[in-house]
Design a protein around this ligand. Structure first.
Ligand code: ADP
Length: 245
């Protein structure tokens, strides 16, 4: 089995055609080793969301290839891609996207139900315990705080034991203390359980929880930082923002 959870080989994604086309990703090659935490950063419009969407099989590159584990996505049908996303990939977003009228444990069970599997109560409780919500399993999601809701979303993403967890600004809607609690949870999932996480963020503090920060500029990888502090990351970013177009 490949040591990389995800690999992008010369991925280009162009929107539109002719004179008005936009190249959101321009021959991006990137390997995400298993058991690592990667943050993707860059100025607005640099291609972060497009990178995440292509890597997660939500969008198809115009050219180049994306490989999840040993599966190359290029030739997969829509049905096969949907199954791959459902069974092998987890997502958390800035908006928690929970069903508010359902309880925490019902929300966490949903991905298994969608896959036609019968959720085991003990497993659902275990995942909720892992995110510190063992005692709130029966609470309607609408009665939980923002941080608790994001932890339910995290439990929901992890219930299928995905090979990669993708986060799109997962702490963007949280205050800084609650955000740090969620980031500590993510870090623990990598350190304790060997999970693989890829997170888009614009926040240098959030990115400092990652092992590696990949910097995108104009749809290209502009470099990376390893084990960097929030200050180092902020300094590098302000250099990018100030660079002439
Ligand atoms: P980021 O997440 O870094 O802000 P995006 O990946 O959203 O960047 O966008 C990269 C570029 O692609 C931008 O120029 C954006 O306007 C363009 N883009 C993104 N999505 C679409 C789309 N659906 N149609 C046309 N252009 C798009």
């Amino acid at each position: 089995m490949s040591n990389d959870a995800i690999r992008l080989d010369s991925v280009t994604r162009r929107y539109g055609s002719g004179g008005t086309s936009v190249t959101a990703l321009d021959h991006v090659s990137l390997a995400i080793p298993r058991g690592t935490f990667t943050a993707v950063m860059g100025p607005s419009g640099s291609g972060k969301s497009t990178l995440l969407q292509c890597a997660a099989g939500l969008d198809r590159p115009t050219s180049g290839s994306v490989t999840v584990g040993d599966t190359e996505l290029t030739g997969l049908s829509e049905t096969a891609l949907t199954l791959l996303r459902r069974e092998r990939i987890g997502f958390v977003f800035q908006a928690f996207n929970l069903l508010p009228s359902l309880t925490a444990e019902q929300n966490v069970s949903l991905p298994l139900r969608l896959a036609g599997r019968r959720p085991k109560k003990a497993r659902v409780r275990e995942v909720l315990r892992q995110v510190g919500l063992g005692d709130r399993a029966r609470a309607p999601t609408s009665e939980l705080s923002g941080g608790q809701q994001q932890r339910v979303a995290l439990a929901r993403a992890m219930i299928t034991r995905p090979e990669v967890l993708f986060g799109d600004e997962p702490t963007g809607a949280l205050d800084s203390r609650t955000g740090r609690e969620v980031l500590t949870l993510l870090r623990g999932m990598v350190d304790r359980d060997g999970r693989t996480i890829v997170m888009v963020t614009h926040d240098p503090v959030a990115a400092s929880y990652a092992d590696r920060v990949v910097l995108l500029v104009d749809g290209r990888v502009d470099g990376e930082l390893l084990g960097a502090s929030a200050q180092d990351i902020a300094a590098r970013l302000s250099g990018l923002e100030a660079a002439p177009c």
